[in-house]
Design a protein around this ligand. Sequence first.
Ligand SMILES: C[S@@+](CC[C@H](N)C(=O)[O-])C[C@H]1O[C@@H](n2cnc3c(N)ncnc32)[C@H](O)[C@@H]1O
Length: 257
Amino acid sequence: MQHPDIAGTSFKKISIPDDPAIQQEPSCQASKLSALDSAAVPGYLRDTYYWAYLDPRNVKRLDHEWIVRTILWQQHRRLEAAAFAEIEPGQRVMQAACVYGSFSASLAAHIGPAGALEVFDVAEVQVLNCRRKLAGFEQAAVWQENVLNLRNGSFDVVVCYFLMHEIPDELKYELVDALSSNVGTGGKIIFVDYHKPHWAHPLKPVTSLVFDKLEPYAKGLWEQDIAEFAQPDNGLHWHKETYFGRLYQKVVATRHA
Ligand SMILES: C[S@@+](CC[C@H](N)C(=O)[O-])C[C@H]1O[C@@H](n2cnc3c(N)ncnc32)[C@H](O)[C@@H]1O
């Protein structure tokens, strides 16, 4: 699938659906990164999330639906359904970054053959892996691109599923700005992500510990609403719902101008 509608961007096409990059096991981090096109990988991703998203061995190990469900305390299906409830069959959808498990395939099935799903991820290993998972869906395409650089697309919907908490706060502003530029009037940006839990939530202490050790940018979403990362007067109407004792949120920004 060609993507002609995002101005000023050129997408790196990945032509090997059966991913050799996932098979390889280079012996040191530098060689792993060169194999993964290190120039394209943002510093926060390389430094903080190498083990989770760039190490080809771990991509294979972690990309399972049961792992996503476990990490999200069995709320993944509910959150995915909440996101899909905002999307209609036949719509043109941008997915900002790959997601482990069957999220993209379920989304492609949800929009159906009359729809179009375009997934963008900055990491080649993720693009190859996602292409493999979407191989049976004619309506889906996967591109290697930093979503912070994608602007002025013409999607009906942009979905941002658990990406926001992995991005430094200063880039959260850029992310909201970039994603919002890809929908026209009536279009929606759907964020599903972490939220500050109720003070008495039994999982708050362990979540806080995991964030402090492994997810240094996640607490930005405890301190600020996603809407507060948007530019003022940007023509967006914001609606937020929380789930599971406020540990998670869905935020929908609808463009009215
Ligand atoms: C969506 S997030 C996390 C999703 C969720 N935790 C899961 O189960 O997979 C992870 C993905 O974001 C991608 N990513 C991070 N920053 C990005 C950026 N600026 N542009 C495109 N992809 C990005 C990473 O390469 C990775 O594949």
